[in-house]
Design a protein around this ligand. Structure first.
Ligand code: ATP
Ligand code: MG
Length: 346
């Protein structure tokens, strides 16, 4: 049964006239025609009065809705959802529901716009990063073809440079493929039992040369924790550790320190890679995990980075059901931390 304003007015007017007329029957000397007139006039009077009142209320609420929509346009989202749901008036609730619905839609639209912007930036970054090594290799090869090939010294130097550019291009494309495969879920983590301590010592041996060149010392702490058994994909976790330690060396000051720290708790190990380098300004901290994001484009580039390392780190750790956190203080240093589940199984 629909509760239209006319129906409500009709029922109420009927009740009012019935009550009025029945009271009137108790009064002495009341004639039938008097009762009839009272019945009709009270019915008609109440019907229009009630209808008018409802219309005014509805009108007011509709106006409120318009105002709500207007407010939404002005991005005024100050009302909490809890307050909205407590409301008992159906019209007000409808108004509130519209508010919540429109707010949600607006948020979705904003997210889509952000994604679109992100996609555009990504495409521009990829083309730029691909273009640089291709142009370099192309330049060397054309110079060789144009005659430089006859000079033995120049030939070797140019060929080496062209090969280096192409190696860089190869590494970049591999990183991009890994990232997109991880994003689409094509790569599954091959979880196994890994001694993270041994794996880290092995990485330090390999990175010692770069560290020495930059006068950076590498250390694992605490000494007593010789076995750090975690459930992880050994190859991927190695990639994570290499990137974090390599960053800590690359972006450190000359003569700086890098400490890899393992911390044991009931169910997991917390791993942190700390350096005492120049740190990352707070406005960049949330963005360093984005693809191609570099804090200082020129300096990172000069140290051979493409800005994909931390994006890969984040995806690998997510694949392990973990997350990466970063804390940094300018001029003091940076610490990256993540947790991995302990394991004793064989
Ligand atoms: N320990 C750190 N200290 C200071 N800045 C850092 C540190 N680690 C990362 N950054 C900043 O974050 C940016 C992103 O790091 P990421 O590892 O993703 O890229 P990259 O090192 O430039 O390139 P790639 O790892 O692909 O070789 C770096 O360019 C650098 O500016
Ligand atoms: Mg890196």
């Amino acid at each position: 049964m629909s509760l239209s304003p006319r129906f409500i007015a009709f029922v109420l007017a009927f009740l009012i006239s019935a009550i009025t007329t029945s009271f009137l029957t108790f009064v002495q000397d009341v004639t039938r025609s008097m009762l009839f007139v009272t019945c009709v006039s009270s019915f008609v009077g109440s019907f229009f009065l009630v209808l008018y009142t409802i219309e005014i209320i509805v009108y007011r609420e509709v106006n409120k809705m318009y105002r709500t929509i207007h407010k939404l346009k002005l991005k005024d989202f100050n009302i909490s959802r809890k307050v909205l749901i407590r409301e008992s008036n159906p019209l007000k609730r409808l108004n509130d529901e519209i508010f919540v619905y429109v707010a949600k839609k607006q948020k979705e639209i904003e997210e889509l716009k952000k994604l679109e912007q992100f996609r555009r930036e990504f495409l521009a970054d990829v083309s730029h990063e691909l273009k640089t090594p291709i142009f370099a290799a192309q330049g060397f090869i054309h110079t060789l073809i144009d005659g430089a090939i006859d000079d033995e010294k120049v030939r070797d130097r140019f060929l080496k440079k062209a090969a280096k550019s192409l190696d860089g291009l190869d590494a970049l494309v591999k990183d991009l493929v890994t990232l997109s495969q991880m994003e689409t879920g094509a790569i599954k983590m091959n979880l196994d039992r890994v001694n993270l301590r041994v794996l880290t010592e092995d990485i330090l041996d390999r990175l010692e040369k770069i560290a020495q060149d930059r006068n950076v010392t590498l250390k694992i702490k605490p000494d007593k924790l010789t076995e750090v058994w975690v459930k992880a994909d050994a190859m991927r976790i190695e990639q994570v550790m290499i990137n974090l330690i390599e960053n800590a060396i690359k972006y450190n000051n000359d003569g700086g320190k890098v400490i890899i720290h393992f911390d044991e708790d009931k169910k997991s190990y917390a791993v942190s890679v700390r350096d005492n380098g120049p740190g990352i300004p707070p406005e960049h901290l949330t963005r360093i995990f984005e693809r191609f994001y570099r804090v200082e484009k020129s300096r990172s580039k000069e140290r051979g980075g493409t800005g994909l390392g931390l994006a890969i780190v984040k995806h690998i750790l997510n694949g392990h059901g973990s997350t990466i956190a970063v804390k940094s203080q300018v001029e003091k240093g940076t610490t990256f931390t993540f947790k991995l589940e302990k394991t004793d199984e064989f």
